[in-house]
Design a protein around this ligand. Structure first.
Ligand code: HEC
Length: 134
């Protein structure tokens, strides 16, 4: 019985470490990148929160509801977000708008913003609720 418990515990520990994000980044800087309306050169750019919402609120900076055709990023896996942004940047993933947004980010900024968004608590629980709103 003790051995069985140990085995289960060990399995859970390994499962936990396997699920840990491979992307390492600076959460505080990621928040800055996500909320900034200027790039590192001081050029005016489209702010990420203007389409993806502030933090995990699903609200745009002016307090209005985030359009449902824009993906919710808060609480998504950092590895997935990082891959998506690299794929837009290299034009492997098609979307003119996001290709432009991602191309202004350095590799470090992609890591930071992905880790920041991954650290937020998702408000999305049951998508069938969203479906019922139609
Ligand atoms: C003008 C609105 C707009 C702005 C500004 C914007 N996005 Fe997006 N973003 C979108 C839309 C729409 C999509 C879905 C595109 C598609 O179909 O691939 C998307 C997709 C993404 C995805 C992929 C999500 C997924 O589930 O696959 C990530 C990650 C992302 N955006 C991050 C960012 C970041 C970081 C910024 C700021 C640098 C940003 N976006 C700025 C509208 C925007």
């Amino acid at each position: 019985m003790i051995i069985r418990t140990l085995l289960i515990t060990t399995t859970l520990l390994f499962a936990g470490s396997a699920a840990a994000s491979a992307v390492k980044g600076d959460t505080a800087n990621g928040k800055k990148v996500f909320e900034s309306d200027v790039d590192t050169k001081g050029n005016k750019v489209a702010v990420c929160t203007g389409c993806h919402g502030v933090g995990n609120t699903e609200k745009l900076p002016d307090g209005s509801a985030m359009p449902q055709e824009n993906p919710v990023l808060a609480g998504q896996y950092a590895d997935y977000l990082s891959k998506a942004l690299h794929d837009y940047k290299s034009k492997k993933r098609a979307h003119i708008g996001m290709q432009g947004n991602a191309s202004r980010l350095s590799d470090k900024e992609i890591a930071d913003v992905s880790v920041y968004l991954g650290s937020l608590k998702s408000k999305v629980h049951d998508l069938s609720e969203h479906e019922n709103e139609k």
